[in-house]
Design a protein around this ligand. Structure first.
Ligand SMILES: [Zn+2]
Length: 483
């Protein structure tokens, strides 16, 4: 048996969140009714002249700086010629020969440790429109309709070197890229909604062989989990093929996530098939170093730097800081809550515990969570001061998560208080002890787990309002006295 090595390079298309399209003033708003936002420029009508969107270029530069690329002082647009119904101009404006940025890298953490994935380039390009298949529109089922709202909206394509060596690395690379771009604030980066689209170029070769194998490009992957599955499937398919004496062909394959397989779509074109030539209607993009520096200053503290600070200054563990910094929302919420005086480890536990749990079970996007730092800090203060217990705090948090309300409001509404007064609890403790002679006997015989049961009974009798710490003390004292 030959041992094989998987080689993957990723091409990720990322929509830039500009207000308008790349070369005209149409709104970059494609959730609207079809063909609401189109004009002669974005439809590529003869004689209509494009003007480049300054914001799109600034976002592209910002992304490039966040990814440690060398931003090019001169870049240029080219035409990529092909015909497809979602491309009325029959050419796409992209950057083939002089991209906006070269080089760069993404550092990833996998189960095998830390790895650096180098980038080849970033280029700016115009997106294509969208086809609606089997729509119930004009033609009814079986027809395809073209919607050009998305046509000519700005994208960056981030092309990695073939440095990825496993399906897991491909997933982690995509996730890390998303995190970095989310921090940079240049895109919504939602795989499921198509504002980030990752294609994987997969090949295999005998371990130790310096020559790259023939690659297949896997497209239509709609989540990072699917990236991992698709790369794994494709590598296995190629290895099986080679083992059976077959030959891998250069092709584009579509991933079917439901069936868990990829299907050949077309033989892969080569660059010369597109007859690229310099775009005659657009001047080159000239940037000066001062401009690039100024854009760099608008970047926030990036995830790597935040992680280091959280570990060294706030004494979080590597694992906790990794989890917290995976999204800018949780990282900002953490930092702001700690600034308001909350204890770092407690904040981290609430974010990784209740907040993540609520987001997962309720299917809420992190960016859409209404929990504000001052409210989380206030909730933690209530717990620390013993005004409510942990169980009550979780109930309050869930409501904060749903409504965005302040904890004081919710606590008042629910009539929650925590009883810490020993006098008031003593009576309940005595009633519980009298009602559970077996547990008392167990405790006396050294079975200390009986304690947990008795605490639970007191909590229940107090309708969850007793301070568990005080209950514990009272019960211990009473039981020891009975020995
Ligand atoms: Zn337009």
């Amino acid at each position: 048996m030959t041992a094989y090595e998987i080689v993957v390079g990723m091409e990720c298309h990322v929509e830039l969140k500009t207000k308008t399209k790349l070369f005209c003033s149409c709104a970059a708003e494609f959730s609207d009714d079809p063909n609401r936002h189109i004009c002669p420029v974005c439809l590529g009508m003869p004689g209509a002249l494009p003007v480049v969107n300054r914001q799109a270029i600034e976002y592209a530069v910002k992304a490039a700086l966040a990814l440690h690329c060398q931003v090019q002082l001169t870049s240029r647009f080219d035409r990529k010629n092909y015909h497809y119904p979602d491309l009325p101009a029959a050419y796409q404006i992209t950057q083939m020969f002089y991209p906006i940025a070269k080089g760069g890298y993404v550092d990833i953490e996998t189960s095998k440790g830390c790895r650096r994935i180098r980038l080849n380039r970033i280029h700016v390009e115009a997106d294509a429109g969208k086809l609606l298949h089997g729509s119930s529109g004009i033609g009814g089922a079986g027809d395809s309709l073209a919607d050009d709202n998305r046509g000519s909206t700005p994208l960056i394509e981030i092309v990695s070197e073939p440095d990825i060596r496993s399906a897991e690395e491909a997933r982690v690379y995509g996730e890390k890229l998303r995190t970095i771009l989310e921090y940079a604030g240049v895109s919504d980066v939602k795989m499921e909604q198509g504002s980030m689209r990752c294609d994987a170029n997969v090949s295999v070769r005998p371990k130790g062989d310096p020559v790259l194998g023939t690659r297949a490009e896997v497209k239509n992957v709609n989540s990072f989990k699917a990236v991992e599955r698709a790369v794994h499937y494709e590598a296995e398919r190629q290895i099986d093929l080679i083992e059976e004496g077959g030959v891998v062909v250069q092709e584009t394959r579509g991933w079917d996530d439901e069936k868990g397989i990829s299907i050949s779509m077309r033989l892969k074109e080569n660059a010369h098939d597109y007859r690229y030539f310099p775009e005659p209607d657009l001047p080159p993009i000239i940037l000066d170093p001062e401009q690039i520096r100024a854009i760099g200053l608008t970047l926030p503290e990036m995830p790597e730097a935040r992680k280091v600070r959280m570990v060294s200054e706030l004494k979080l563990s590597e694992y906790d800081s990794e989890q917290i910094t995976a999204s800018r929302y949780t990282a900002d919420l953490f930092d702001e809550t700690v600034t308001l005086g909350a204890e770092p480890k407690a904040v981290a536990n609430w974010i990784m515990g209740e907040l993540m749990r609520c987001a997962r079970t309720k299917g809420v996007d992190l960016a859409a969570i209404p929990v504000k730092a001052q409210n989380l800090a206030a909730l933690l203060a209530h717990v620390a001061e013993g005004k409510i217990n942990n169980k009550q705090a979780k109930e309050v948090f869930e409501e904060m998560f749903d409504s965005g309300e302040a904890p004081e409001v919710i606590i008042r509404k629910k009539g929650m208080t925590q009883v810490s007064d020993a006098g008031a609890l003593e009576e309940i403790v005595q009633t519980v002890l009298a009602g559970n002679p077996k547990s008392v006997e167990d405790y006396k015989n050294g079975r200390t787990q009986a304690m947990g049961f008795l605490v639970g009974q007191v909590m229940k009798a107090s309708k969850g309002q007793a301070n568990p710490g005080v209950v514990n003390q009272l019960l211990t004292a009473a039981l020891e006295a009975m020995k």
